[in-house]
Design a protein around this ligand. Sequence first.
Ligand SMILES: O=c1[nH]c(=O)n([C@H]2C[C@H](O)[C@@H](COP(=O)(O)O)O2)cc1CO
Length: 177
Amino acid sequence: MCACPVAPDVSLITRRKPHLYCYQRGRRHLSSMNIYFCGSIRGGRQDVDIYQRIVKKLQQYGTVLTEHVSSGSLSEKGEDAGLDGDKAIHDRDVEWLMKSDVIVAEVTQPSLGVGYELGRAVALNKRVLCLFRPSSGKVLSAMIRGASTNLLFQVQDYTEDEVESILEKYFDSIAKK
Ligand SMILES: O=c1[nH]c(=O)n([C@H]2C[C@H](O)[C@@H](COP(=O)(O)O)O2)cc1CO
């Protein structure tokens, strides 16, 4: 069954890319994607409002596995993962990365965890979109901007007011491939 918001009750037509496309109302669109959102936690929570806007938009395109990253109640201390602590967080997130179809990272606020996730995503040959706000006055790491050499790994500069439209364009472009 198709779990997309456009056609929740229609079977998927799976041709070249199983589970990514659905044909309903005469238009092909993405469906049932697993999306991994990366954003700074222990690196600093000052951009949480924009993370919330990104996650809300991403939820139109699929399941955001890491919705917690955008939670206003999550502090710089990170999640309380119980006895296994950081190992449980790491292992769960790597598993989610492996099962994700696309990774979207807000990279303006530098974060070791986000950098690590992006490195793992590249090693896994995943499709990655990094979003950076030059208006922050920061300069993005060369290891992120410099990795943007092919369609699979893209870095997009943006201003806050255009975040939703940038995501729309990106997901439209995926749907056309
Ligand atoms: O509690 C956590 N939960 C969690 O899912 N992460 C993951 C998801 C974020 O995209 C990324 C943030 O890394 P950092 O905390 O180094 O800024 O790591 C990171 C932490 C804390 O490091």
